[in-house]
Structure formats: C-alpha cells, structure tokens
Write a protein that binds this ligand. Structure first.
Ligand code: HEC
Ligand code: HEC
Ligand code: HEC
Ligand code: HEC
Length: 209
C-alpha cells in the first residue's frame, strides 16, 4: 500500500515537472526523449569507449588510492613486524604467545621477552629504545587489539590447538604480515568449520554464555 502511494506521488511529481518544463506541451518531452535515444544510438561507439575509460579510471583510482590503513592494519606503539620475526627470522609463535594452548587469554608478550633478544640485537634502534622506556617505567606496552569477537561468545584456543587446528586457519598468514590487520570473527566463520570437522554445533552449550 505504502509502495503504491509512493509510486503514485512520484509519478504525479514527474508529470508536473514535465508539464512545467515543456510549458504545457508534454508531447515535446517524448519527441525530445526519442531524439535523445536516437542520438545515443548513433553515437554508441564513442559512448561505449567513454564509459569504459571512465570505469577503468575509477577502478584504478579505487584500487591505488584507498587509504593504506584500510588494508595494512592499525599502527602499533612499537613498529613490530610479524613478517620479520616469524617469517624471516623464523621465531615460533609459541615463543611469544606461550599461553595460547593453555589459557583463555593467550596474551601478548611482555616487553622483557623482547629485551631477551634486543638487549643484544640492534639495541640502539629507535624503536627498541621505546621498549627500554616501557621497561624502565614499568608500563605494559599499550598494544592495540586487532581481533574482535562478540562479547557473549566463549572462545577458547585450547580445544582448537589440541585438535591441531593451525593458527593460519583462523588468523591467516601472520608470518607474512608486517602489521596485523585483524578481523571481526562472526558466527558463520565458526559454524562453517565446526560443521566440516564435526565439532560441537550446539550453540548455547558450546559457544554462547
Ligand atoms: C617476537 C614475538 C612474536 C612472535 C614470534 C609472534 N608474535 Fe604474534 N604478536 C606479538 C606482539 C608484540 C603482538 C602485538 C602487536 C601486534 O598486534 O602486532 C602480537 C599480536 C598477535 C596477534 C593479534 C592479537 C590481537 O588480537 O590483537 C595474533 C593473532 C598473533 N600475534 C598471532 C601470531 C602467530 C600466528 C604467530 C606465529 C606465526 C605469532 N603471532 C608470532 C609478538 C609475536
Ligand atoms: C628471538 C629474538 C627476538 C625477539 C624475542 C624479538 N625480536 Fe625483534 N628482532 C629480532 C631480530 C633478529 C631482528 C632483526 C635485526 C636486524 O635487522 O638486524 C629484530 C628486529 C626488530 C625491530 C626492527 C625492525 C626494523 O624495521 O628494522 C623491531 C622494532 C623489533 N625487532 C621489535 C621487537 C619487539 C617489540 C619484540 C617483542 C614483542 C621483539 N622484537 C622480540 C629478534 C627478536
Ligand atoms: C579456531 C580459530 C583460532 C585458531 C586456530 C587460533 N586462533 Fe588465535 N584467536 C582466535 C580468536 C577468535 C581470537 C579473538 C579472541 C578474543 O578477542 O577474545 C584470537 C585471538 C588471538 C590472540 C590475541 C589474544 C589477546 O589476548 O588479545 C593471539 C595472540 C592469538 N589469537 C594467537 C594465536 C596463535 C599463536 C595461534 C596458533 C597457535 C592461534 N591464535 C590459533 C581464533 C583462533
Ligand atoms: C578451522 C576450524 C575451526 C574454527 C574456525 C573454529 N573452530 Fe571451534 N572447534 C574446532 C574443532 C575441530 C573443535 C573440536 C575440539 C574437540 O573435539 O575437542 C572445536 C571445538 C570448539 C569448542 C568446544 C566445544 C565442546 O565440545 O565443548 C568451542 C566452544 C568452540 N570450538 C568455539 C569456537 C568459536 C566461538 C569459533 C569462532 C570464533 C570457533 N570455535 C571456530 C574447529 C574450529
């Protein structure tokens, strides 16, 4: 019903506009409209190329000029790179995230752990001095969280790691990322894998508190 009223009023509005624009001779509109269509059709070649160029240019701009943050991930207080540490230097995930298989909160490494190495490696690097600052002032490094899960979902790494679900299946190839982009984990993502692996699908018992 509402749809009918809206389309009727839009139609009336359109009719009024045509009447005003053609100063009371609506047929002019239709001849003009027909002429325009004919013109468009005779010029279809150039029009096609123009449209294609415009689309390509827009696509190009969209692809190359989207702000880098939208695909790189948040800046962190220390320019830490997983690509360098896990990828190039091959440090195991568990070295820095040791509680991932045991605790609900795998946690991020305390700055002491970084200093085990960085007291010796590039100790005077500007970013490493920041580590010393945090250490000396006893401040936990204010790492910014990048992964989100809805508040009422109980997620636990333990069960997954025990069943040999690899980090990469949920987090992507962390060892290739300088900055982690992170993501929102939605239920569909959990359910899809649980279905494939015959894991618990009982939402309320398993995942929702
Ligand atoms: C040298 C130490 C180190 C190693 C090795 C390491 N990480 Fe990290 N990880 C960190 C630090 C520091 C952060 C917090 C800063 C950041 O997000 O980049 C972090 C953050 C993360 C986060 C994002 C946490 C969040 O939600 O905010 C994930 C996921 C993660 N690491 C997974 C991995 C995986 C998978 C590996 C192995 C491929 C790995 N890490 C190896 C130190 C390390
Ligand atoms: C097991 C040893 C080890 C640990 C632990 C470690 N790093 Fe490193 N880190 C390295 C090595 C090796 C390099 C490369 C040094 C070089 O470029 O010569 C490096 C380089 C860096 C750089 C310089 C990157 C650049 O752009 O040049 C930063 C910043 C850094 N690490 C931060 C951290 C932070 C923060 C932690 C703790 C979460 C940490 N590292 C833990 C070994 C380690
Ligand atoms: C089944 C999917 C899954 C697997 C497998 C998985 N993770 Fe996670 N991880 C998550 C989810 C979901 C979160 C967000 C949890 C939250 O915000 O409470 C998370 C968060 C994290 C965090 C941030 C924790 C924090 O305290 O902020 C780290 C670090 C992490 N994962 C490391 C790892 C490592 C290392 C592995 C492999 C050994 C791994 N994860 C395997 C799903 C997974
Ligand atoms: C890549 C595959 C995979 C993904 C993604 C995954 N899971 Fe799982 N999950 C499993 C497997 C396999 C088990 C079975 C563990 C077992 O049998 O002990 C499991 C078990 C669980 C359990 C324990 C169930 C029980 O029997 O008590 C919970 C809770 C759980 N997952 C929650 C989640 C949530 C929440 C997410 C999404 C953030 C998620 N899972 C994403 C594979 C996955």
């Amino acid at each position: 019903m509402e749809l009918l009223i809206t389309s009727l009023s839009l139609f009336t509005l359109l009719a009024i506009i045509i009447l005003i624009a053609t100063r009371g001779r609506p047929m002019r509109f239709f001849t003009a409209f027909g002429d325009t269509l004919m013109n468009l059709w005779t010029n279809r070649g150039p029009l096609f190329w123009t449209a294609l160029t415009v689309l390509l240019v827009l696509g190009f701009l969209f692809y190359f000029y989207t702000p880098p943050q939208s695909w790189v991930g948040k800046a962190q207080p220390i320019a830490f790179s997983h690509h360098l540490h896990s990828g190039v230097k091959n440090i195991q995930c568990e070295y820095c995230h040791p509680y991932v298989g045991r605790s609900i909160h795998p946690g991020l490494p305390p700055v002491e752990k970084c200093l085990h190495c960085h007291n010796y490696i590039i100790a005077n690097h500007w970013e490493i001095r920041k580590e010393h600052n945090y250490y000396d002032t006893n401040t936990p490094t204010p790492w910014r969280k990048v992964n989100y899960l809805a508040e009422h979902v109980v997620f636990n790494h333990q069960r997954h790691i025990k069943k040999q679900v690899q980090c990469v299946e949920c987090h992507g190839q962390i060892e290739k990322m300088d900055r982690i982009k992170g993501k929102h984990f939605y239920m569909g993502f959990c359910i899809k894998c649980h279905r494939e692996r015959n894991a618990n699908l009982d939402c309320w018992l398993a995942c929702h508190s």
